[in-house]
Design a protein around this ligand. Structure first.
Ligand code: CA
Ligand code: ZN
Length: 303
C-alpha cells in the first residue's frame, strides 16, 4: 500500500500538474487530506473571511497511475474514509442558496465522537463523504469548480463502498481528492458542510478506452451520472437526456419507450447548488443497465 501525506496538495486540476507519486494499476493508496480551509480555521473566533483564500479546497495528490491513457476511464474504489474528531461549518454573506439573507460571517466548531457530530445540543449521525475528487483537466480549473473531470462535486453518494469513474484527459490521470465532510445534505445549501480533515483509502484501476462524458458513481444498488453546469436547469436537462440514452441503448428500446421508462425508474437528484457550477445527478437502478453498457452509452467521443 502507498501512503500520501496531506502536505502533498494542489489547488487546481490543470494540464500542467506534476505527479506527487506514481503507482501501478490496481494499487491501494491511503490519502491523508486537509479540510477545505487547509486547516486554517481552529476556533469559532476565526471567520472564513479572514483566511488565505488561495488555500481553499486543497486536493491531496496528484497521483499518476502508470499505463492509464487519455480516453480511458479511471476507476476509483473508495475502500474507507476516516474523519477527524472536529468539524468546521461556516456561513458567509453572499454565499449559498440564501446568501443575500446572511448578515455576517459565522464559524461553528463541532466535536465529532463515536460517529456523531455535536451541534447546538443536537446529535447528528456522521455519513462521511468526499467533496473534491477528480483528475487533471485539459484546462486550468480551480478545485472549487466541478466539471467533467470531477473536482468539487460535493455529492454525498461519493462515500465508502462506492466506485467512481472519471474520464482520463492526461496520461496517468493525475488523480487527487480532498474536502471531506462528516455529513452533508443534498444541495449543501449554506455553502459549507461539516468540513473535516481525514484519510481516504482508494483502489485505483482503469477501464480501457471507456472515458465517460461525465463522472459516474456506482453503489450497491445504482449508477449515478453527475452533470455540472452554471445553470442548474441546463444540468437537469442534460442529465435526463443522458439517462434516457443509457436506458435506450442498454435495453434496446425506442427513444420514446426509454423516455417513459426513465419517468418510472430514474431519480433526478441534486448534489450541490452552491459551487461556481451546480451539480445534479441521475440515479439509474442496476436492473436497467450495467457499468460497461452505461460507459459505452455515454462514451466521450474524442476529437
Ligand atoms: Ca466542497
Ligand atoms: Zn467542503
Amino acid at each position: 500500500m502507498h501512503v500520501l501525506g496531506s502536505d502533498t496538495c494542489f489547488f487546481a486540476f490543470g494540464p500542467e500538474l506534476k505527479p506527487a507519486i506514481s503507482v501501478e494499476k490496481e494499487s491501494i493508496v491511503q490519502i491523508e487530506t486537509k479540510d477545505c480551509f487547509s486547516n486554517q480555521i481552529t476556533s469559532e473566533k476565526q471567520l472564513v473571511t479572514e483566511i488565505d483564500f488561495s488555500k481553499v479546497n486543497p486536493a491531496t495528490g496528484p497521483i499518476y497511475v502508470k499505463g492509464v491513457k487519455r480516453g480511458d476511464a479511471l476507476e476509483v474504489r473508495i475502500l474507507d474514509i476516516k474523519i477527524s474528531d472536529r468539524g468546521i461549518i461556516v456561513v458567509v454573506p453572499g454565499a449559498g442558496v440564501l446568501g443575500d439573507l446572511v448578515k455576517e460571517p459565522k464559524t461553528k466548531v463541532c466535536e465529532i465522537k463515536d460517529g456523531f457530530i455535536t451541534y447546538n445540543g443536537l446529535k447528528i449521525k456522521c455519513k462521511p463523504m468526499i467533496g473534491v475528487i477528480g483528475v487533471a483537466s485539459d484546462e486550468e480549473v480551480p478545485c472549487g469548480t466541478p466539471g467533467r473531470h470531477g473536482e468539487n462535486l460535493d455529492t454525498k453518494v461519493i462515500a465508502k463502498g462506492a466506485t467512481v469513474y472519471f474520464p482520463v484527459f492526461r496520461d496517468g490521470a493525475l488523480f487527487g481528492l480532498g474536502d471531506l465532510h462528516a455529513v452533508m445534505g443534498d444541495g449543501e445549501v449554506c455553502v459549507a458542510s461539516c468540513e473535516v480533515s481525514g484519510e481516504v483509502t482508494v483502489k485505483l484501476d482503469v477501464v480501457e478506452g471507456k472515458a465517460p462524458q461525465w463522472p459516474v458513481v456506482e453503489t450497491d444498488e445504482a449508477f449515478y451520472i453527475l452533470v455540472s453546469d452554471e445553470d442548474v436547469s441546463r444540468a437537469f436537462r442534460e442529465a435526463t437526456e443522458i439517462a434516457v440514452k443509457v436506458l435506450q441503448q442498454s435495453n434496446s428500446l425506442s427513444w420514446e419507450d426509454a423516455y417513459m421508462l426513465a419517468s418510472m425508474v430514474v431519480d433526478v437528484e441534486v448534489s450541490q447548488l452552491v459551487n461556481p457550477k451546480k451539480t445534479v445527478r441521475v440515479r439509474i437502478p442496476k436492473e436497467y443497465t450495467s457499468i460497461l453498457k452505461l460507459l459505452e452509452a455515454i462514451k466521450w467521443e474524442r476529437k
